[in-house]
Write a protein that binds this ligand. Structure first.
Ligand code: SAM
Length: 231
């Protein structure tokens, strides 16, 4: 496969297990004139592992605004570019939106190269309903704001998927018990595709106890089932 010039490729990279990098992603990362990366040092490691010498350009939440137009200029001038984030799919709770929007505004070709995404990875193995769901991203860091969100979505009729940091996961598990009730079915997925991958699925109270009993290190996805759902 030969990649196209004047094109932005939005490339998903592994969440942890390098074998999840697709063949197509590998080819794009080899052939791109440059790779826009959230963290150039960690992305360089990935590129080195697959033997890609493509130059990297930093593109992260702090420079996204200024850099998007500059990168779009380069693509418009003829470059083929890949955009990756530290893990998973760019633009999903990660930088990427501004560059994609800029390219779309200018009529530049944007091609997704799909692959790992933590929310889908967690949901598909959770045992909670998947036919329709609401992805809420990261909730606010303050407990009161998180509880307000839970109150407002208490009777939501589809699964709710969200990302939570290891520093707040226990507090959030307790908040789910408090606001949604001990019996609400939830799933907490940790360290997906990595050595210590763990799925805690059950009632909020039970999951909270199991969470506290295990390691709370690493990365977490939380899924809340609709009100009337039991596993
Ligand atoms: N763009 C990424 C994606 O496609 O999922 C998400 C990036 S966001 C900055 C990082 C958050 O995603 C983590 O805090 C965690 O909630 C979730 N996440 C990423 N990798 C994960 C993993 N291996 N296991 C569980 N959650 C993960």
């Amino acid at each position: 496969m030969e990649i196209q010039k004047q094109t932005l490729y939005v490339v998903a990279t592994p969440l942890g297990n390098l074998e999840d990098l697709s063949q197509r992603a590998t080819q794009v990362l080899h052939q791109a004139d440059f790779v826009a990366c959230e963290d150039t040092r960690s992305s360089r490691k990935l590129l080195d592992k697959i033997g890609s010498q493509a130059p990297t350009i930093p593109y992260h939440e702090h420079n996204e605004k200024q850099t998007a137009a500059h990168l779009a200029d380069k693509i418009e001038a003829g470059a083929s570019a890949a955009m990756i984030s530290d893990a998973g799919t760019p633009n999903i709770s990660d930088p990427g939106f501004r560059l994609v929007r800029e390219c779309r505004r200018r009529g530049i070709n944007v091609v997704p190269v799909p692959g790992p995404c933590a929310l889908v990875t967690a949901l598909c193995a959770s045992g909670l309903p998947t036919n329709a769901f609401f992805y809420a991203g990261f909730l606010p860091p303050k407990s009161a704001a998180r509880k307000k969100f839970l109150e407002a979505h208490k009777d939501f009729t589809h699964s709710i998927v969200l990302y939570e940091s290891c520093h707040r996961i226990v507090a959030f598990a307790e908040e789910m018990c408090e606001v949604l009730g001990n019996e609400r079915t939830v799933c907490i997925a940790r360290e997906l595709t990595k050595l210590h991958e763990t799925f805690l699925t059950g009632s909020a109270a039970e999951v909270c106890v199991r969470l506290k009993a295990g390691s709370q290190k690493g990365e977490f996805v939380v899924i809340i089932a609709p009100n009337d759902y039991t596993l």
